[in-house]
Every structure is written in C-alpha cells, then in structure tokens.
Design a protein around this ligand. Structure first.
Ligand SMILES: NC(=O)c1ccc[n+]([C@@H]2O[C@H](COP(=O)([O-])OP(=O)(O)OC[C@H]3O[C@@H](n4cnc5c(N)ncnc54)[C@H](OP(=O)(O)O)[C@@H]3O)[C@@H](O)[C@H]2O)c1
Length: 273
C-alpha cells in the first residue's frame, strides 16, 4: 500500500485529493492546523470510501518549530513516504506574520513547505518511486520574488504577496527537481484551475459570489494533483508546471538561476531547524 501525506488535506482541493487517493487504495495522512475540521473531513471521506485508510495530523506551517517537530514525529511513524503533496495555502487580505516573523503567505505557502520537504526528503527517497507534488497557481504569473519583503517590510498587497508565494512554489519545485535528477523521484508543480474553495474567504461577500460562479468544482480542481500523485504516466514528468494534467507554460521569471537563489536564501532562513 502506498502512503501519501497531503498538507491542507482537510478542505477544498486537498480534501478532494485525499478522497480520490483513498479510493485508489493509498494510505492517506492529511495535515492541517484545525484537527476538528480534519476529523470531520475524515468522516466524510470514510463515508464516501468504505475502508479508507486515512488519518489526521496537526501541522501549522506558520511555525517552523512545529514544522520541525511534526516532521520528526512523522519520520518515526512513516519511514517510507511514496507521495508528498504540498497543497496547504492561504490568501489573507490583511498583513499577517508567522511565528518567526515572516509575511504569512511567503511563510506558509513557501517557507513552511520548504522546511517540511527538506526534513521529509529521506522518507521520500526511501520509496521505490517517490513523488513530490507542489500546488502552485496560474497566479504565479503575477509574482515577483522581492527579497526585501519576506518579513512583511513592504506595503502589503495580498495579490502581490500571493503571486510571490506561488512563484516561490514553482521555483522551489524547479530547483528540487534539478537536485533530485536521476534519483527516480519525480517533482512537479501544478495549477489546479480556478476552484470553488474557501481560499477566497477573506474577500468581500460579493467578490466571493462572483469567484464561486466562475470557478470549477473541487473534484475537477483536484484532478492534476491526483494525476501527478498516482498516474503511472506521470512518473515520466519531472520539473514541469502542469495544468489540466498536462505540462503548461509558466512565467519566464521561473528560471534556474532564480530558483537556485531562492533555494539558497530559503536554506538560510530555515537554518537551525
Ligand atoms: N482555489 C483556487 O482557485 C486555487 C487556484 C490555484 C491554486 N490554489 C492553491 O490550492 C491550494 C489549496 O487551496 P484551496 O483552494 O483548496 O483552499 P482551502 O479550501 O482554503 O484549503 C486550504 C488548506 O490549507 C490549510 N492551511 C492553511 N493554513 C495552514 C497552515 N498555516 N498550516 C497548515 N495548513 C494550513 C487549511 O487547513 P487548516 O485551516 O485546518 O489549517 C486547508 O486545509 C493552495 O495552495 C492554493 O494556493 C487554489
């Protein structure tokens, strides 16, 4: 039985991904902040997929201390991890900081996942054909990596911060794929589509209604994550940005030199963990 860990697996795209992979026979771990919400998600999935092997774990990606202790516990419990899906994400409209003082979107969407992956990499390497799936977004096209903004120093614009964090997801996947070349592990990023989830919960009600009307269902939105996690043919893809389960164009800013620079800086930011 293959094992998958899905961050943010208790709602939206992550929950739909968890359900589909449980139905395919994966042992599924969902990791998010709100354990009660996760237990409700598990109950829904168990009702839809009788016999589902699924468990909830508490993880707050906005606190690097918690990421470290989560990873240490998880490694002990699950020494072989076939698939790691970096799906959790948020889009707060007001400026917030993580426990270590990073701007929240950069801190959770990118840096928490960066540290988590670093600490779980040996478990993925122990799998016969590991896969790492990074949920980025088409919004990365709006992103720039502004090295002076990581601690929220600049005027906060939520869309700019989201674009930066999603470009960081893509650059991370590119550099990780380069570093894992020849290991048999596949690493890819994806855009799920515009999906009707709670991600826009901080927007005004009218904007949420418009968003909801224009977006696709979570089941459709989970398709590329499920494809990259489980489809046999996806094992051939590596270092790609995927939409609709196919390699797609990405921003010209996603260049190897930029990916290497962000990696080095991220290493420095999580040094000591
Ligand atoms: N919806 C779209 O149209 C769309 C488009 C492109 C990309 N995406 C990406 O898709 C991914 C999933 O988003 P979604 O749309 O499914 O939104 P969602 O329903 O709001 O789900 C977000 C998930 O992230 C978890 N999360 C948030 N902050 C966290 C933290 N600090 N630590 C751990 N987990 C945390 C949440 O669980 P807890 O609250 O329990 O922590 C939740 O499970 C995100 O990366 C998002 O950027 C979404």
């Amino acid at each position: 039985m293959k094992t998958v860990l899905i961050t943010g697996g208790n709602s939206g795209i992550g929950k739909a991904t968890a359900e589909a992979l449980a139905a395919q026979g994966f042992r599924v771990f969902i990791a998010a902040r709100d354990l009660e919400k996760s237990e409700r998600a598990i109950a829904d999935i168990a009702a839809a997929v009788p016999g589902a092997q699924i468990a909830a774990l508490k993880l707050d990606l906005s606190d690097l201390d918690q990421v470290k202790s989560f990873a240490e516990d998880f490694r002990r419990r699950v020494p072989v991890l076939d698939v790691l899906i970096l799906n959790a994400g948020l889009f707060p409209t007001n400026k917030q900081l993580t426990a270590q003082g990073f701007e929240m979107q950069f801190g959770v969407n990118h840096l928490g996942h960066f540290l988590l992956t670093k600490l779980l990499l040996d478990s993925v390497k122990a799998a016969p054909q590991g896969r790492i799936v990074v949920v980025s977004s088409i919004m990365h096209w709006l992103g720039r990596i502004n090295y002076g903004s990581f601690r929220g120093e600049k005027f906060y614009n939520p869309v700019v911060a989201y674009g930066q964090s999603k470009l960081a997801n893509l650059l991370f996947a590119q550099e990780l794929s380069r570093r894992l070349e020849g290991t048999g592990i596949s690493v890819n990023a994806l855009h799920p589509g515009g999906v009707d989830t709670g991600i826009a919960r901080d927007l005004p009600k009218i904007a949420q209604k418009i968003y909801s009307a224009l977006t696709i269902s979570v089941e459709k939105g989970a398709a590329s994550s499920i494809f990259l996690a489980a489809a046999p043919e996806a094992a051939q893809l590596h270092g790609e940005f995927v939409t609709s389960s196919k390699p797609a164009w990405h921003s010209p800013l996603a260049k190897p030199a930029s990916a290497q620079k962000l990696w080095q800086v991220s290493e420095e930011l999580v040094a000591g963990y």
